[in-house]
Design a protein around this ligand. Structure first.
Ligand SMILES: CC(C)(COP(=O)(O)OP(=O)(O)OC[C@H]1O[C@@H](n2cnc3c(N)ncnc32)[C@H](O)[C@@H]1OP(=O)(O)O)[C@@H](O)C(=O)NCCC(=O)NCCS
Length: 192
């Protein structure tokens, strides 16, 4: 139970993006060390100590100009289900990278698709960026689908670039979405 009420930054139909609270970190730390979640994130072999996670939280807060990290919360019940971040924010060139993960128990409910939709609103309307990009491993079909449903296009492939435990070497795919493309996707209502 949280003692503190969570400010909601962007409200969606089934999930919303809110401020990540210090009290969230124990859960985030557990999920971040879950091998099934970790497998498709950077440094899949990494093991994170609780202090690393707290340090990460402090760094994100300190470097708020470079990163924005949000709690993804269910509208019904307000449970934390995952996190989504805007990283490498580059105002001069007008772009940033997004990354996200959800606790396994919430996979398959189309929550990530809606969280990406909300974070794109934030990137294009609030940060006024021109372009948003994401990096995905070729075996991470669910994440590719989440991006494609939001209008992203795969523009580059680094072949056999990373080692994924239990799977071997995998290609890294670069996905990107320009603001005008996003506006078109929104207008034709293609991002369900
Ligand atoms: C990737 C991740 C965020 C997806 O979250 P999610 O809420 O389950 O995703 P959604 O339900 O919004 O959408 C997943 C889509 O992929 C599809 N999908 C999932 N697994 C699939 C598979 N093996 N093959 C084909 N499609 C698949 C789903 O059917 C859905 O598409 P649909 O809406 O057209 O049916 C979640 O699995 C996760 O946290 N994974 C670990 C961390 C991670 O990989 N983060 C992203 C790094 S780039």
């Amino acid at each position: 139970m949280y003692n503190m009420q969570r400010p909601i930054i962007l409200k969606g139909k089934r999930v919303s993006l809110g401020v990540l609270l210090r009290e969230d970190i124990p859960k985030v730390w557990l999920w971040y060390n879950d091998r099934d979640v970790r497998r498709y994130l950077s440094s899949p072999d990494a093991v994170f100590y609780f202090e690393d996670e707290m340090e990460w939280y402090e760094r994100v807060k300190r470097e708020n100009e470079k990163h924005r990290v949000f709690a993804i919360v269910e509208n019904k019940g307000s449970s934390l289900v995952g996190i989504i971040g805007v990283h490498r924010i580059d105002h001069k060139n007008g772009h940033a990278e997004i990354g996200y993960f959800l606790s396994k128990e919430y996979w398959g409910k189309r929550y990530a698709t809606e969280a990406v939709k909300l974070v794109l609103d934030y990137c294009f309307k609030w940060l006024n960026l021109r372009k948003v990009y994401a990096r995905v491993y070729e075996c991470n079909i669910a994440s590719q689908r989440v991006l494609e449903k939001n209008g992203f296009k795969c523009v580059e492939r680094l072949r056999k670039h990373v080692h994924i435990p239990e799977e071997g070497f995998a290609d890294v795919l670069f996905y990107e979405l320009f603001k005008d493309e996003w506006e078109n996707v929104k207008n034709i209502g293609n991002n369900r």
